[in-house]
Design a protein around this ligand. Structure first.
Ligand code: ADP
Length: 264
């Protein structure tokens, strides 16, 4: 898309010539469109739970005092929808924080891998066993370290493991492994769950992209988990990749730069 500004040059009231300024505004136009889409997505994502909450409150108002079970059920729905809005606003705040901070807004630190893995092992063990999933986090050698930001690495891994939990049926397996390849340390989070169709795979890192809207929503998804993960990984100078096959499972690889332990 080009914008052309045409100006005439006048001398003593007579047109003497023209100047044309041609500007390529394709990129600006695309940015504006992305921003409009984003705002409309956010509005929609908030509107849906709000509408649900409002209608349940209206029914609750008219409920007789003895309808205890119904009241509890409706309050449960309201609590769930409120949780969804809390998650969504949390993810949005994280994204806007990433958008604001320049590439050097934070310093990368040397992080030992083993304690990070111990953390994710612990945080998800209970939920995995409740969902009858086998959850394995493989240990690494204690000296292995990466350059990163501990909060971000934890949030990335949490998002990936949450997805594995969301999209794997009971009886399935979730594994977290770490491999060293040259200058990089790669975390792999894999599941043998429902997988992702090939045509959707290139889009799953886009904000609000969901393979199946209904299913993601039912499982509490915001559609922002992978977008956030990618932005955080890239912010740390790393790379994220996804490999998936429907009905076989999904593996997400996160590579961060390997750190040599400082010699004191
Ligand atoms: P959501 O909050 O919907 O899970 P994400 O950004 O985390 O959003 O993921 C985008 C979409 O990618 C999801 O809606 C889901 O369809 C698909 N997806 C992500 N991780 C997995 C996985 N481990 N197994 C199957 N599908 C997945």
């Amino acid at each position: 898309i080009f914008h052309v500004i045409l100006t005439s040059i006048q001398r003593r009231g007579q047109i003497d010539g023209f100047v044309a300024v041609v500007r390529d505004v394709t990129e600006q136009e695309q940015l504006d469109q992305a921003r409009r889409d984003f705002v409309s997505n956010v509005s929609h994502e908030l509107r849906t739970p709000l509408t649900t909450v409002k209608s349940y409150i209206e029914v609750l108002r008219d409920l007789d005092d003895d309808e205890h079970a119904t009241r509890q059920e409706f309050l449960g729905v309201i609590a769930e929808e409120t949780d969804r809005m809390v998650r969504l606003t949390r993810d949005l705040l994280q994204l806007s924080g990433l958008d604001r901070g320049g590439p050097r807004a934070f310093a990368l630190k040397l992080l030992h891998v083993q304690p990070l893995l111990a953390g994710v092992a612990q945080r998800f063990a209970l939920q995995a066993s409740r969902q009858q999933l086998t959850y394995r986090v493989h240990a690494t050698e204690p000296s292995l370290a990466v350059y990163g930001d501990a909060d971000m690495v934890n949030r990335v891994l949490d998002n990936l493991i949450s997805n594995a939990l969301k999209y794997t049926a009971p009886g399935g397996e979730i594994e977290v492994r770490v491999k060293v390849a040259g200058e990089f340390v790669t975390f792999a989070v894999s599941d043998n769950g429902i997988g992702i169709p090939a045509e959707d795979l290139p889009h799953v890192f886009e904000r609000f992209y969901r393979v199946e809207k209904g299913r993601s929503r039912r499982r509490g998804g915001t559609g922002l988990g992978l977008a956030l993960a990618r932005e955080m990984v890239e912010r740390m100078g790393g790379e994220i990749r996804i490999v998936s096959e429907p009905n076989r499972g999904t593996t997400v690889y996160v590579s961060l730069r390997r750190a040599e332990e400082a010699i004191v």
